[in-house]
Design a protein around this ligand. Sequence first.
Ligand SMILES: Nc1nc2c(ncn2[C@@H]2O[C@H](COP(=O)(O)OP(=O)(O)O[C@H]3O[C@H](CO)[C@@H](O)[C@H](O)[C@@H]3O)[C@@H](O)[C@H]2O)c(=O)[nH]1
Length: 388
Amino acid sequence: MLKAVILIGGPQKGTRFRPLSFEVPKPLFPVAGVPMIQHHIEACAQVPGMQEILLIGFYQPDEPLTQFLEAAQQEFNLPVRYLQEFAPLGTGGGLYHFRDQILAGSPEAFFVLNADVCSDFPLSAMLEAHRRQRHPFLLLGTTANRTQSLNYGCIVENPQTHEVLHYVEKPSTFISDIINCGIYLFSPEALKPLRDVFQRNQQDGQFCLALGEDSPGLWPGAGTIRLEQDVFSALAGQGQIYVHLTDGIWSQIKSAGSALYASRLYLSRYQDTHPERLAKHTPGGPRIRGNVYIHPTAKEHTCVLHSIVGWGSTVGRWARVEGTPNDPNPNDPRARMDSESLFKDGKLLPAITILGCRVRIPAEVLILNSIVLPHKELSRSFTNQIIL
Ligand SMILES: Nc1nc2c(ncn2[C@@H]2O[C@H](COP(=O)(O)OP(=O)(O)O[C@H]3O[C@H](CO)[C@@H](O)[C@H](O)[C@@H]3O)[C@@H](O)[C@H]2O)c(=O)[nH]1
């Protein structure tokens, strides 16, 4: 029997997603037509023996999240439950805090998935690799180019055994072009090192308090565990952590620009995985080129390119809403999305156009490389601007 945990973070996370995250929590933001984490749940539900999927985060269980959970349970006929952390516990703290729930029913192993990644989730292949050796930690790894690797957890492996010999989270100089995808398979024994970190942090915290030290923010005793630094870096080279390499689709989803790129990656797979979600030619209907998802509320007569249009927005007839994609370099097979910053030298960089919710764009105008905050009613064309 297997389980899966999805780390969904909380409201302080996802700031690069504004203004889109004002309306819906980032894990529910639609990517290729369905909420971001529905792709994770679909992949988990397909693994034979999957018993339960747990979402761990520090969001309030509000209506959108509760409705999503109910719909997911029905669709996949599996328990899909939300476990709320009392405070942000880091990428490993929630796993330790909710260990009894994770281990209930004695799963043979459990997947742990970062919510903000897009992947074809090779979970069955990871399970096969795990069953051959039964090591406590199996990490999914892929490659990135030298510069971009610094934005991720970097893995040095033994190429024969795939043991992780060295792990550095977001190093400042080049370590390895193998990066951590944020997709793991842990055996129940993996919780023991988490307990050790927890207990050590408690002792250190009491020591700090005894010394009268003010530790700003979260002191480690509060239950925070960083899976990457406290566990992977600490245990690398001790025969406990292994990497499973993939060359399948993978990207982080940190910003609106990367959500658009991730949508394209998922759409490219829909022909095989979800042909019903792709738009089809209909007599008298629009001509469909490539892999297209059309939202049921969308109507034509405008041109929208490389843009995200918020809920309830209207774009007038013959208007043009256009952005500049910042996709990975297509000539570099190891290129990943750059960690985008909006400005360079005080200037807004050309990027995708984002219309917040309930924005109104009049007919026959051009909105290019701009971010329009929610509820704005525009009266003319705008280029390279943030419209507040
Ligand atoms: N429950 C919970 N989830 C959290 C918390 N903090 C982060 N998360 C979730 O954990 C995932 C990782 O978040 P970050 O801490 O922002 O790390 P990162 O910059 O995305 O880097 C991680 O992912 C990369 C791959 O995308 C890895 O390369 C890197 O090593 C690391 O694991 C996200 O899905 C986020 O929602 C927390 O306190 N509690």
